[in-house]
Ligand binder design. Structure first.
Ligand code: PMV
Length: 349
C-alpha cells in the first residue's frame, strides 16, 4: 500500500473481583444491579496485548482475536468503537492527537492476544475490552474517563482501566454516566498481597456471563436480596479491610461473596453450575488449611468458571503451593500455577 498507517500497541491486565458483579439493570448500556470491587493483577502473567492500526487504505474495520478473525459487528465491540470515535470527534480541534483530523474517518484493524485461556472464567473479556478501549483511545488521541466506554464492552472491563484496588460504582442514573470505576487504593498499597490462579480447566465455560446474568436477574430472588441488602454493606466493609490491610477480614469477605455469587447461580432457574468437583475440593482445602492455623491465611474466589483464584500473603505462598501440589498432583489438575502480584495499571508499551 502506498499510504502510511498509524499503529499503537498497549497491554491491559486482568482483574479478579472480591465483591462480584452479577446482574444487569440495563443490558445495552451494561449497568449493573450492584457495585463491585476487584484487584487488578500485575501484567507479568495474565494480560491482553492489543495492536490497532489505522490507514486510509483500509476499507472496513476488522478484528483478530488470538490470530483468528472475528466478527467486527458484535454489538459490544461496535459500542466501544462508536464511543471512542465520538469522543475523538469531540476533540477534533486538538492538534496533538496521534491521528490527524482526517484520520478519524479511517477504518481500523485490531489485533488482540491473550497470554492465558480465553473465556475460561479467567476474566479474559475484562482485560480484552479494557485493552481495546485504551489502545483505540491512544490512537485517536482521546483522554480522560474511559472506564465508562470499557464498561460498554464488558462490565468487568471498566475495573481493568485502573491498577490496584478498584471499585465499580453501580451509579443511579439511567444514562449510565455515573456507573464508573475508580481506584480505592493504588497498586503499591499492599505489596505483600499475592494472587495464585489454580487452573482447574482451560475449557470454554458452558454458560457465558451475559446469558447467565440475564437468567439470574429474571429468576433468582437471592440475586435481588444480594443486590439490595448484602452488597452495599460488603462494599464498605471490603474497602475498610483493604485500607487497614486486614487480611483476615479481606479474605473472609472474599470467600463469602464468591460463595453467595455461586449460590445465586444455583438459585437461578434452570440452575447454572460453574464450580466442579475440583473447585469444591479447593474450597475444602482452603478452609482446612485456615482451620489448621486457627487464622485465615488463604482465600479462594471463583468467577464464571471452575478455576480457583487464591488470595494470600507473601509469607504463605510457598507453603500453600506445596499443600496444593500434595493434594492435586499435576496429572489430575492438568494445570499449572500462575503467580501474580497485584500491581501495575494499564500501560503503553
Ligand atoms: O464482565 P462480564 O460480563 O464478563 O462479567 C463478569 C462477572 C464475574 O466475573 C463473574 C464477576 C466479576 O465481577 O468480575
Amino acid at each position: 500500500s502506498s499510504h502510511k498507517y498509524t499503529m499503537v500497541t498497549c497491554t491491559a491486565p486482568v482483574n479478579i473481583a472480591v465483591i462480584k458483579y452479577w446482574g444487569k439493570r440495563d443490558e445495552d448500556l451494561i449497568l449493573p444491579v450492584n457495585s463491585s470491587l476487584s484487584v487488578t493483577l500485575h501484567q507479568d502473567q495474565l494480560k491482553t496485548t492489543t495492536t490497532v492500526a489505522c490507514c486510509r487504505d483500509f476499507v472496513e474495520d476488522r478484528l483478530w482475536l488470538n490470530g483468528k478473525e472475528e466478527d467486527i459487528n458484535q454489538p459490544r465491540l461496535q459500542s466501544c468503537l462508536r464511543e471512542i470515535r465520538r469522543l475523538a470527534r469531540k476533540r477534533r480541534s486538538d492538534k496533538d492527537s496521534t491521528v490527524d483530523v482526517s484520520g478519524l474517518s479511517y477504518k481500523v484493524h485490531i489485533c488482540s492476544n491473550n497470554n492465558f485461556p480465553t473465556a475460561a472464567g479467567l476474566a479474559s473479556s475484562a482485560a480484552g475490552y479494557a485493552c481495546l478501549v485504551y489502545t483505540l483511545a491512544r490512537l485517536f488521541g482521546v483522554e480522560g474517563e474511559l472506564s465508562c466506554v470499557a464498561r460498554q464492552g464488558s462490565g468487568s472491563a471498566c475495573r481493568s482501566m485502573y491498577g490496584g484496588f478498584v471499585q465499580w460504582k453501580m451509579g443511579e442514573r439511567e444514562d449510565g454516566k455515573d456507573s464508573l470505576a475508580d481506584q480505592v487504593e493504588p497498586e503499591t498499597h499492599w505489596p505483600e498481597l499475592r494472587v495464585l490462579v489454580l487452573v482447574v480447566s482451560a475449557e470454554r465455560k458452558p454458560v457465558g456471563s451475559t446469558s447467565g446474568m440475564q437468567t439470574s436477574v429474571e429468576t433468582s430472588s437471592l440475586l435481588k436480596y444480594r443486590a439490595d441488602s448484602v452488597v452495599p454493606g460488603r462494599m464498605d466493609e471490603m474497602t475498610s479491610a483493604i485500607r487497614r490491610k486486614d487480611f483476615a477480614a479481606f479474605a473472609e469477605l472474599t470467600m463469602k461473596d464468591s460463595n453467595q455469587f455461586h449460590a445465586t447461580c444455583l438459585d437461578t432457574y434452570p440452575p447454572i453450575f460453574y464450580l466442579n468437583d475440583v473447585s469444591r475440593r479447593v474450597i475444602n482445602l482452603v478452609h482446612r488449611y485456615n482451620r489448621h492455623y486457627g487464622e485465615t491465611r488463604v482465600a479462594y474466589t471463583f468467577d464464571a468458571g471452575p478455576n480457583a483464584v487464591i488470595y494470600t500473603l507473601q509469607d504463605h505462598v510457598s507453603e500453600f503451593v506445596q499443600v496444593v501440589c500434595h493434594f492435586f498432583p499435576m496429572e489430575s489438575n492438568r494445570g499449572k500455577f500462575l503467580q501474580g502480584l497485584p500491581v501495575a495499571s494499564t500501560t503503553v508499551s
